[in-house]
Design a protein around this ligand. Sequence first.
Ligand SMILES: Nc1ccn([C@@H]2O[C@H](COP(=O)(O)O)[C@@H](O)[C@H]2O)c(=O)n1
Ligand SMILES: C[C@@]1(CO)OP(=O)(O)OP(=O)(O)OC[C@H]1O
Length: 158
Amino acid sequence: MNIRIGNGYDVHRLAEGLPLWLGGVLIPHNLGSVAHSDGDVLIHAICDALLGAAGLRDIGVYFPDTDPTFKGVDSKILLHEVMKLLREKGYTVGNIDTVICLQRPKIMGFIPQMQETLANVMEIAIENISIKATTSEKLGFVGREEGISAYAVVLLSH
Ligand SMILES: Nc1ccn([C@@H]2O[C@H](COP(=O)(O)O)[C@@H](O)[C@H]2O)c(=O)n1
Ligand SMILES: C[C@@]1(CO)OP(=O)(O)OP(=O)(O)OC[C@H]1O
């Protein structure tokens, strides 16, 4: 069996009055992601980690932010497409570990719902999806609430 590791990172600016989607869940907040898609930074980081592990480039190669087809697209659809591609190539997801960097609000209460949502889209067990959150102690762009970022690491087997 061939085990492969991948990592993904994504950032979006935050602005007043936009929806804040994270892990496929709508988080009640006064700020949301500025993006071409729905701006789900966690799903984008996961997609990049999956594609990276398989040596298949990154999310922008498949879903360009210049293509009107993807304007406002639900990132769960993009993740579903990435999973389809990986399965076609014979990959199975082992586990995923992620970090969301967000100063406000506290999102720990939404993490079980994100895990369930992602497990359904990816067709893997909830236990294989870890989602963590951190502020940046009011430092940098996250700390100033100018943006949100997420990191993801995945293991694939082939
Ligand atoms: N947006 C966030 C950020 C953090 N958390 C949770 O709070 C804990 C403490 O965060 P620090 O940045 O002060 O270390 C962290 O371990 C998370 O469990 C959160 O829920 N939402
Ligand atoms: C998700 C896509 C889809 O057009 O656009 P954005 O929502 O802007 O997100 P980003 O992570 O900057 O780029 C990847 C794009 O594929």
